[in-house]
Design a protein around this ligand. Sequence first.
Ligand code: IVH
Length: 676
Amino acid sequence: MDLFSSIEIPNSARQRVDELTRLIDHYNHAYYMEDTSLVSDFEFDALLRELINLEWQYPDLALPTSPTRRVGGEVNKTFRQVSHRFPMLSLGNTYSIEEIEDFEARTRKLLEDTPFTYTCELKYDGVAIALTYKAGQLVQALTRGNGSVGDDITSNARTIPTIPLQLKGHYPPDFEVRGEVVYPFEAFEAFNRQREADGEEPLANPRNAASGSLKLQDSAQCAKRKLQFCPYFLMLPSPSGDDSLNTHSDRIEALQQMGFRVLPYMLECHNIDEIKEYIAYWDIHRWDLPFATDGIVIKVNQTLLWERLGNTAKSPRWAIAFKFKAARVSTPLLSIDYQVGRTGIVTPVANMQPVPLGGTIVRRATLVNADNIAALGIHEGDHLFVEKGGEIIPKIVGVDVSQRLPSAAPVQFPDCCPVCGTPLLRAEGEAGLYCPNQDGCTPQILGRLEHFVGRKAMDIETLGPERIRLIYDAGLLHNVADFYDLRYEQLLALPTLQEKSASAIISSIQASTQVPFPRLLFALGIRYVGEVGAKKLARHFHDIDTLMAASVDELAAVEDVGNVTAAAIHDYFQQSLHRDIIQRLRNAGMQMQIPDSEMSAATLKGLTFVVSGVFSRFTRDGIKESVEQHGGRISSSLSAKTSYLLAGEKPGPEKVRKAESLGIPILSEEEYINLI
Ligand code: IVH
């Protein structure tokens, strides 16, 4: 039964929802389209929360175009594959100005005496998507996919503020807009900083990050990414039936009127010289833009001529892309730093003679690992070729051998840890060398301490890298158990720490004793044990003692735990120092087990479930986890012992048939939620 169907909606609620929607849309528009902030974050959040509450209370008032949709929350385990109404072609592209001249001459010849112009615009370096609007509302967003079939990423696209959910002014009843989703540098860098703080590898470039964001299963996560949409194409029939929409530039202008954010960089050009000028300008100034571009796109502006020019198999003849060459310089290598990370991996970083490259001065770049240095054949003092492509991180791509001095010797990767002197080892199958002195090598200790307090671990916000270093240098901190022995007076005695900070640190450390067991397990920083692995281990073994006593085989029996990880966990708990740390953490009152109440909130005890289909409120793993959390068992195949087939949308027909024939009840997602 629909719980709310009988609730009448008071007029006051209806009016307030309208009012809030209008206000929030207005503030959003000012913020994302005009870069002006009309209210404080606090006020804005209060309005949004009020609207979320009202829509929750009266679901009939929650429209698909409501600004609350931008917060996300829909979960997609898999993305539906959908055919494009019109194939998404790509563009012919070239790095050569001569080929642009050929394109221009060819186009002029094909169009003979017809007067026409070109538009030049930026080629955004992101992910192409196609948006469908019906009656002014966003109804679908597809990725390009293979050009014919793409992934339905509508719930993620809804979270991008520069994609209007409801259009303004005049718009065709049913049409498609295409454009590129980009990850602006500033947001991308902040995202990477957060990843590093969480102990994750930073992503190489904004394009990959944008692409990964659109494929996130949880749209609420996508909402946090601050992506931007740059429209470059309004698809209309030709002729469009509206004379004001028969040039590409007018169409883009029309998109702006409808509420899209259109950047002011498009230029109408009349001849090859103007096109060349545009290219030359952006080849230099692209580095001043807040997002990545990898070239420029030249289009015939008059859309009525597009049909005359036609398409090749893959791309239209009325457009071409000029791609910028990656900016490249050569600069002498001055020295190499060997940095030791939390896990002991030694990363070589080149210090080079500072040199301007693509808008910034490059001084340092990673040399990745010993194998890479050998593959590039780097010798002492070599001139290195450094490139900067669409990404912002410069890359060392080669050596200018012609500049090498005859006396130069090949770079020797150190045999011993540059910090503690321990001989380095190579882990089987890995390209990097590592220092095995886990508990005596300062950067490894500091790295582990920082990991322990991290957001996804113990989340001790008052402790950042500088404070940890300060306390470590004072000799008060050797391993993670020492956090819980720190006293207020000890902190106060340290330079730069005032009373307020000292007491905040002590109380946040104290508060962290309540952090649940799986996060504590992750916080320990056991090799190869990530956030998800820690959860699985905690749930499987229930408490630290059982986990510590487990054999390698027992560990490897846990879902997603391979032999290497199992051996690393086993090895970790064999070491007396680690056993001592665990004992001290236990004495400090940390959570060393999953509470029984959670383990056997045993509503589903004794029941076995088979899961099939797609769920709206859970990912597939999420619903399995939920069953287990409530004491139920998951099985992959149906048998007479199965209690329920838990079926989401589109369950496997075989499974449904078998369940019916065995007389096993089929449970919908709603029914399951009621059950728990
Ligand atoms: S027009 C039918 N304009 O580049 C032509 N594409 O190699 C439609 N791109 O798949 C494309 N910026 O993802 C066009 N200003 C721009 C663009 C642009 C980036 C991407 C787009 C396309 C690829 C072509």
